[in-house]
Design a protein around this ligand. Structure first.
Ligand code: HEC
Ligand code: HEC
Ligand code: HEC
Ligand code: HEC
Length: 86
């Protein structure tokens, strides 16, 4: 584990500030982070072979949107869904 103790609790702030620095190890566009956010963190079996954008409707159906609001504001979904620019 390359991260210091207590890193996880503040990783969201650090990730927002230096997103590129994570890509070296967690993959392009930080794709690797998905297996936790859209996997273990919400008890969903994340499939790394399928883009999350394609998987998320099934996850919402299985877990409910409440699971998403642990991390996302409802306006986050509206960004794509209301404006129709999916
Ligand atoms: C071991 C699980 C785990 C891994 C790996 C992980 N995260 Fe997170 N992340 C979480 C959890 C849980 C939250 C919810 C808020 C919290 O507890 O900090 C979160 C929240 C976030 C948020 C805030 C979400 C929002 O929209 O408010 C950002 C940004 C973020 N993570 C970025 C990253 C990036 C970038 C990576 C990979 C480089 C990463 N995380 C890897 C568990 C993880
Ligand atoms: C030098 C390589 C490297 C870099 C750079 C890196 N990580 Fe990681 N990270 C790892 C490894 C290895 C693990 C542990 C194995 C795993 O979960 O993939 C890990 C685990 C994590 C976890 C889970 C921690 C836990 O306690 O479960 C989070 C959250 C995380 N990284 C976020 C980030 C964020 C955010 C960045 C950028 C600011 C970042 N990482 C940059 C290699 C790196
Ligand atoms: C543990 C935190 C966490 C949970 C739970 C979570 N997300 Fe995310 N999600 C993130 C982070 C972090 C990102 C990437 C950074 C960002 O765009 O905010 C992200 C990105 C996304 C994206 C953008 C993907 C893209 O390709 O642009 C969608 C769509 C999404 N999430 C939908 C969902 C849905 C639907 C749920 C619930 C079924 C959910 N998320 C649950 C943290 C989470
Ligand atoms: C980056 C843009 C984007 C974001 C952000 C996003 N979605 Fe989606 N969503 C899409 C696209 C594109 C589809 C159609 C996917 C398909 O059919 O493969 C979709 C489809 C869905 C569906 C299937 C039903 C329908 O309307 O077609 C649900 C449910 C859903 N999204 C929920 C959510 C929730 C909940 C969030 C926020 C947590 C969210 N989405 C955030 C782009 C997004």
């Amino acid at each position: 584990m390359p991260h210091p103790v207590g890193f996880k609790a503040k990783h969201d702030t650090i990730a927002r500030k230096y997103p590129k620095s994570c890509e070296t190890c967690h993959g392009k566009g930080n794709e690797g982070c998905n297996s936790c956010h859209h996997g273990t963190a919400m008890d969903w079996t994340y499939d790394p072979k399928v883009p999350w954008k394609q998987q998320h409707p099934a996850a919402v159906q299985a877990k409910g949107a409440t699971a998403c609001f642990e991390c996302h504001d409802p306006t986050y979904c509206a960004r794509c869904h209301v404006r129709g620019n999916q």
